[in-house]
Design a protein around this ligand. Structure first.
Ligand code: TRP
Length: 375
């Protein structure tokens, strides 16, 4: 059987460079490789609502922003099915059945959910009126790994390109698949995660050097940022705080500018933008020895980001003039996704013995049973 991709993003904001190197760039490469039978890219609005129930307008607005970012990056609706999660009700049905196969204790061990509960300020002990801590953990949020297993398996996805924060979700999905197939017979496909190529791509730090680029930390460079904004953000970026004078030796480790270069720099960038150096290794070596200033390295990064983002910006600007078409594309994608998920759900219902009207033999045998009994 052919390989199938499913992946997606929560529409809670515009997509940034972390999304790009963590997953988006890879998706476009995979799409254009022609190696996959089907590719499903999902805007996970229902998952976004699990912790944004109070702000549906934000989710609604960002569905379009994420769709524009996808198209701008080169996802092509003629090759990939782009769809909106909430428009595929089969995903809810599947998640409801999977809930019987997962324990509360297992969900409580999911490290990504644990970290997110902290990050979102959900707390079981918050007092009434505490504005910092939100009271309690919404059940829908707590169980979103189950819903994510439904997203993946409804399309029989073999491959999920995603960041390492999604690893626990894929692991839980594999457990659910195993449990389901053991109980009800071989029906579902266990997916594999496809992680980014290197550590810099896996966890791109914010411009402030903090662990991860994230909207809530205000340390993002967005795909839709204009060139001037990107320049300013890079010039203000965290480097080596002890590298005060150009002559001083500098540190590469934890130096955000070099981490970004690890994620974005390709050998051909040197010929175009920094011909004095043959490679990133040589640039790093010079920085370590001393004699290489931050500004020079930052300008190189700006040139690379410009080169990367310029076609993305231009495509986005085009699609921004064709919003009606973008929604038509999402509507068609959602219909195609519904059809694919409905086919899996038929198999799931048959396996679970809840296909009452489709199973003519069941009806016939029960008819026979009662006829014999009353005779
Ligand atoms: N959890 C993902 C995110 O936060 C979004 C998502 C929902 C997803 N369902 C998925 C990703 C299925 C991969 C596969 O961005």
């Amino acid at each position: 059987m052919g390989k199938i991709i499913l992946t997606g993003d929560r529409p809670t904001g515009k997509l940034h460079l972390g999304h790009y190197v963590g997953s988006l760039r890879r998706r476009v490469e995979l799409q254009d490789s022609g190696q996959f039978e089907r590719i499903f890219i999902m805007i996970a609005d229902a998952q976004a609502l699990t912790d944004n129930a109070d702000d549906p307008e934000k989710v609604r607005r960002n569905v379009l922003e994420v769709a524009l970012d996808y198209l701008a990056c080169g996802l092509d609706p003629s090759k990939s099915t782009l769809f909106i999660q909430s428009q595929v009700p089969q995903l809810c049905e599947l998640a409801f059945y999977y809930m019987n196969l997962v324990t509360v204790q297992r969900l409580q061990r999911n490290p990504t959910v644990k970290a997110e509960i902290q990050l979102r300020g959900f707390s079981e002990s918050a007092a009434e009126g505490d504005t910092q801590q939100r009271q309690g953990i919404p059940v829908g949020f707590f169980t979103y790994p189950i819903s994510q297993a439904a997203d993946i398996t409804a399309f029989k996805a073999t491959t999920v390109p995603a960041g390492e924060d999604q690893e626990p979700m894929i692991e839980q999905t594999r457990e659910i698949v195993h449990k389901f197939n053991t109980l009800y017979g071989p029906t579902l496909v266990a997916p594999e995660i496809l992680l980014p190529a290197n550590a810099a791509c896996q966890r791109l730090p914010g411009t402030d050097g903090k662990a991860k680029m994230s909207k809530s930390l205000g340390n993002c460079i967005y795909l839709s940022d204009p060139a001037e904004e990107v320049r300013k953000k890079v010039m203000g970026m965290y480097t080596d705080p002890d590298h005060l004078r150009v002559e001083d030796p500098g540190r590469i480790e934890g130096n955000t500018v070099f981490t970004y270069l690890d994620a974005f720099c390709r050998p051909e960038h040197f010929a175009r933008h920094l011909p004095d150096y043959p490679s990133l290794d040589e640039l790093k070596a010079h920085y370590r020895r001393g004699g290489l200033g931050d500004v020079k390295v930052k300008k190189f990064l700006i040139a690379i980001l410009d080169e990367t983002l310029d076609p993305i910006r231009r495509r986005r600007a085009e699609y921004e003039q064709r919003i009606g078409e973008v929604y038509d594309m999402l509507e068609a994608g959602s219909a195609a996704a519904r059809a694919a998920a409905a086919a899996t759900l038929e198999e799931v219902r048959a396996a679970m013995r809840i296909d009452y009207f489709a199973d003519r033999e069941l009806i016939a045998s029960q008819e026979r049973h009662y006829r014999n009994e009353t005779r």
